[in-house]
Design a binder for this molecule. Structure first.
Ligand code: GLY
Length: 367
């Protein structure tokens, strides 16, 4: 059960291969990219314990020697210290300009390792082996790499496309249900931003997908990656359409900041809540059908996902404070907040034309 999505970016084009058993095929799939039979793998200790052995066995079977750095799991790893450690380690392992670095892990590892690869010797190639649903459908594709800053998430980074992405859907079976559903928040995002029939398909198939239906998982990942590839091909560096991929993210980034980037709110959970709030804002502004927010909320609730601010444990800052936290969002241009809104399910657009009070009303209503 394998699908391939091509990301057509000229000299930086690459394939995303999606399906079962890919970890055990990694050696033969990565071999064509190598100029010498040696790679460096960066992972985190949780993912490493589960999947590193299979990856290294597969590389070894193809005569590829590998060396590995396992970083601590968690968002705190996406910061200067672990970046420095990674780059220094790659240099100490004598990784050269023509070598390939492998990122084995979720979004944190993919973003950090991609950035390390972007700056090491002014750029070495890297391969993404995303192990979370979120990384498979979003962060491993499209070349956004980077780390967080005390000022906010993902504020330091570079566009650096991978040479290959292998999204092994078998590894999704090792995710906790919470992590899986957080990634599913990004899948829902694709339906909402550009494909109403896909959202409808998710309404019908989401529960089976969450329970482990592999054909449904492969289809959902493939569809999401195809949508992302189409958008990235049109707008690699986010001068326009790529901002659509940030549906729900203006709200999400404020909520993540308010919860200290902690386990209280996973990124994908924030995206799902943010999408629900973007739908509410769109309906309140009279841009989209009034029934859309409740339909979206119903699907998130049916999946057992967080859908409102009140689903986040503990106290949150007031709505004014949350709105101020949105001011650090990368979508701020000339000090004006930009939102991704919907004309309806499957029809998102970018706008800066939103009054502060309308956003406050949405934040108040979601409590
Ligand atoms: N995650 C949004 C993007 O890659 O543009």
């Amino acid at each position: 059960m394998l699908e391939t999505v091509h990301v057509p970016l000229g000299a930086r084009a690459y394939d995303v291969v999606i399906g079962t058993g890919l970890l055990t095929q990694a050696g033969r799939r990565i071999a064509p990219f190598l100029e010498r039979q040696r790679v460096a793998i960066v992972t985190d200790s949780n993912v490493g314990a589960l999947h590193l052995g299979a990856l290294q066995d597969s590389l070894e079977a193809d005569g590829i020697v590998s060396t590995c750095l396992a970083l601590p799991p968690g968002e705190a790893t996406k910061s200067w210290g672990p970046l420095e450690q990674t780059v220094e380690w790659l240099l100490s392992e004598k990784i050269e300009r023509r070598d390939v670095v492998i990122a084995l892990g979720g979004g944190v590892i993919g973003d950090l390792v991609g950035f390390a690869a972007a700056i090491l010797r002014r750029g070495v190639r890297f391969v993404q082996l995303p192990t979370s649903l979120l990384a498979q459908v979003d962060s491993s594709v499209g070349g956004k790499t980077g780390i967080n800053a005390p000022h906010g998430k993902n504020l330091i980074g570079a566009f650096h496309q991978p040479s290959l992405v292998l999204a092994d859907t078998d590894v999704l079976g090792t995710l906790t249900s919470r992590d899986f559903l957080a990634g599913y928040g990004e899948v829902v995002k694709y339906g909402l931003l550009g494909d109403a029939p896909f959202f409808e398909w998710l309404e019908a198939n989401g529960p089976a997908l969450a329970e482990g239906d592999m054909a449904a998982r492969v289809r959902a990942v493939t569809k999401s990656v195809q949508m992302k590839a189409d958008i990235v091909a049109r707008d690699e560096t986010e001068q326009g359409d790529r901002a659509l991929l940030n549906l729900g993210h203006t709200f999400c980034h404020a909520l993540e900041a308010a919860t200290g980037y902690s386990d209280r709110l996973l990124h994908g959970e924030g995206v799902a809540i943010g999408c629900a709030m973007a739908a509410d804002l769109s309906a309140r502004l009279g841009l989209s059908p009034q029934e859309d927010p409740s339909r979206i909320g119903a699907h998130l609730s049916a999946m057992g996902m967080k859908a409102r601010l009140s689903d986040i444990e503990g106290d949150l800052p007031g709505s004014d404070a949350l709105l101020d936290l949105m001011g650090q969002d990368k979508k701020v241009v000339d000090g004006t907040l930009r939102f991704i809104l919907m004309r309806g399910i499957g029809d998102a657009f970018v706008t800066a034309d939103v009054q502060r009070q309308a956003v406050l009303d949405v934040l108040d209503a979601a409590r």
